[in-house]
Write a protein that binds this ligand. Sequence first.
Ligand code: ADP
Ligand code: ASP
Ligand code: MG
Length: 399
Amino acid sequence: MNILIQKFGGTSMATEETRKNVADKIMEAKKIYDNVVVVVSAIGRLGAPYATDSLLHLVNYKNTKLSSKEIDLLMSVGEIISSLVLTNTLLESGIDACALTGGGAGIITDDNYNSADVININTEPLMKLLNEGKIPVVAGFQGVTIGNDVTTLGRGGSDTTASLLGEALNASAVEIYTDVDGIMTADPRICKSAKIIDEISYNEVFQMAGSGAKVIHPRAVEVARRAGIPLIIKNTFNNSKGTSIKRHIGVERKKTIEDKLITSIAHKTNITQVSIKGDIDDENFFTDLARENVSIDIINIFPERKVFTIDDVCKDKVIRLIEKYEAPYTFIDDCCKVTIIGEKITGVPGVMAKIIRCLSKSSVEILQTADSLSTIACLIKEKDLVIAAEALHKEFMLG
Ligand code: ADP
Ligand code: ASP
Ligand code: MG
């Protein structure tokens, strides 16, 4: 029995018309595969009544009195509504479908609310529906604890649900449907010259996603890689081929990336840079940050100075914490991180020099940098994002 997992994002679910496109994609898949399992995100984006961000706005999320467990219950509702609405569309089109919550689909997680890890999937409920010839429509981004409390898997987590179901059901492939033609050399919203990538390795996409490219969740890539299942990113609104993510990429693609050091550029916004002067107790300070659940990035520690970045939303929490240590500090608000990704940059001299030359030619100030084996990230002001992304895209010949 061959099984295909199809996941549809918020924009694909946005209107009755777009949901008809979704139904078409499901019907096409049903002609090729014995079985199709559908995973859905909440309907629409911020402003749409049941989008995840809209639900969070209802309770003034940044200052809410609700617990993280209650926030998960609230957020889970968006995907549940979406699965019911799509099931209705499918039934109206004569397709035998059945809506399920994450828990109903057998997804069991730990109790790390807002960012839970799946610990087990009981495939029985899904197999039962498939054996009855039905199409299960699973609410993405959620599961339940062993004690039956609802959890969510972290923002963008419906992709993860799709990969995890693919792994549990030993699916032939996982298709992620969204509003772009596939994975591109940069986010087309900020880089007009971005080009579609036909084939790409799990590792490259994992680095892109981890560096902020929203098109797929990094955990979904990790799970698909672990299970060896091809992931295909496609557009719900046309028939373009999309991007195939797999272990071994084709010879033609290999030839083109061998010519290029860099395969893509990713970015992350809403970042604040924190600098603390003076000799504070590092161990206690960073332990306090962890205890407050503040995630830090681009970290430089010197004897008399610490510099790191945080998400904007954590700023008030971090101020309260630093003030306990009575050390002078400064913040730079409205920053963003631009990352170049290329599996081949390790040990190649001159990549940083090229970035610095390119950004200074465009009058973009670099505030801080970080690098790994296959990435170099620059912290810059958010106002410079578009110009920096376009300039780097051109410099590394990605267009
Ligand atoms: P969905 O609701 O379908 O999950 P997302 O908003 O999570 O959609 O992801 C799709 C968006 O990802 C695109 O609209 C695009 O702006 C953004 N994106 C960021 N980086 C890339 C990239 N490298 N290639 C394609 N899209 C990207
Ligand atoms: N609706 C959730 C979010 O906006 C999950 C998802 O779309 O994948 O984060
Ligand atoms: Mg998404």
